[in-house]
Design a protein around this ligand. Structure first.
Ligand code: ATP
Length: 353
């Protein structure tokens, strides 16, 4: 198992990618452990797809090195990297049956027919595709087509699976179902999965670790709990979490964070200009030292999300139990869970503790 893990390790070292004058990936240093499920997460255009394509060999780094299993692959052709990529568009061959689509990578590599059939059968069973093997892609739903695309990767047993937004064409319900299937698949095959997404829910639910990117720069790498509970900077703080973290700008005054609506004691050395981060669920509702007018209430069934107009012109988002009688226009008492607040330097955006 250790050898299998070692061969699935991926390393980006000082990888840069420039398209014309556009610096798309800057000095990317990232170690992906063998067997790990790592998501590259960030908004559209942040360079995550380009990073994945460089790993697949479909783009070449402008500088820096990429290694798989301890071997530099910069000069290695895509087909010789022992990685399999699953695209958002599925990229199935319309004239081939499901069985032929899944078998195709093996056929191309000259795997004998009997072995091909056996491996296709196993991949199909694993992805609940057995009944669909004789069909053509157009006779399948989006979710089924996505599973065929996964089957085509799975049948090769590659060292690394590269997945580029594979669920984005599916409806919400099917996406949730496929997330669970992908988690199981990853556990079963024990291979490295590198998963590109802009959807934080996908990244949070499936990954061992998440690498958050923004404007070509890696912002933070950590477990879902680390990036959620200890975001390294304001970008990660604002990007991870739905509804998003409240970010209030204030100043350090006499050992406290001071804002027209909120004052909280601080410990340790801080810079004068601060941003206080408060997750909506870390605001105590119905009691506490502060009082504000409710601007609007959104019922979500199991909970309510409300916005408060607070002094200083800021709006504060809170989450509250569905049973609480909240109504727009009324005033609400609130407080903060002091142990759960986040503090950032306003100038650099960096976390301060
Ligand atoms: P998305 O989720 O929208 O695909 P992304 O984070 O994956 O976004 P990339 O696809 O890596 O981002 O693109 C990063 C930047 O590089 C974008 O500004 C894009 O326009 C640019 N880019 C990507 N491929 C090329 C190319 N072949 N030639 C020129 N510019 C490119």
């Amino acid at each position: 198992m250790d050898a299998r893990r070692a061969e699935g390790e991926v390393r980006f070292e000082k990888v840069r990618k420039v398209f014309g004058t556009n610096l798309v990936v800057r000095e990317l240093d990232l170690l992906i452990r063998g067997g790990e499920f790592l998501s590259l997460l960030g908004p559209s255009g942040c360079g995550k797809t380009t990073s994945l394509r460089m790993l697949a060999g479909l783009e070449f780094p402008t500088s820096g090195t990429i290694s798989i299993g301890g071997r530099v692959v910069n000069e290695v052709a895509p087909g010789a990297r022992d990685v399999a990529m699953v695209f958002q568009s599925y990229a199935l061959y319309p004239h081939m049956t499901v069985a032929e689509n899944i078998a195709y990578p093996l056929k191309k590599r000259g795997v004998p027919r009997a072995e091909r059939e056996e491996r296709v059968k196993r991949a199909a069973e694993s992805l609940h595709l057995t009944e669909l093997l004789p069909r053509k892609p157009r006779q399948l739903s989006g979710g089924q087509q996505q599973r065929v695309a996964l089957g085509r990767a799975l049948v090769r047993d590659p060292r690394v699976f590269l997945l580029d937004e594979p669920l984005s064409n599916l409806d919400a319900k099917l996406r949730a179902h496929m997330r669970a299937e992908l988690i199981e698949l990853h556990q079963r095959v024990g291979r490295t999965f590198v998963y590109v997404t802009h959807d934080q829910l996908e990244a949070m639910t499936m990954s061992d670790r998440i690498a958050v990117m923004h404007e070509g720069v890696l912002q933070q790498v950590g477990t879902p709990s680390e990036v959620y509970n200890r975001p390294a900077n304001l970008f990660v703080a604002g990007f991870i979490g739905a509804p998003t973290m409240n970010l209030l700008r204030g100043r350090a005054e006499n050992g406290a964070f001071a804002h027209p609506a909120v004052r909280v004691g601080l410990s340790g050395h801080v810079t004068p200009d601060l941003v206080l981060g408060l997750r909506p669920e870390d605001i105590v509702v119905g009691e506490g030292p502060f009082e504000s007018r409710i601007r609007l209430v959104e019922p979500h069934g199991h909970e309510q999300i409300a916005q408060l107009d607070i002094a200083g012109g800021d709006v504060l988002t809170i989450r509250a139990d569905a049973a609480l009688p909240l109504a727009a226009g009324e005033t609400l008492r609130w407080g903060v869970r002091a142990a759960r607040l986040h503090l950032f330097d306003a100038a650099s955006g960096l976390r301060l503790d």
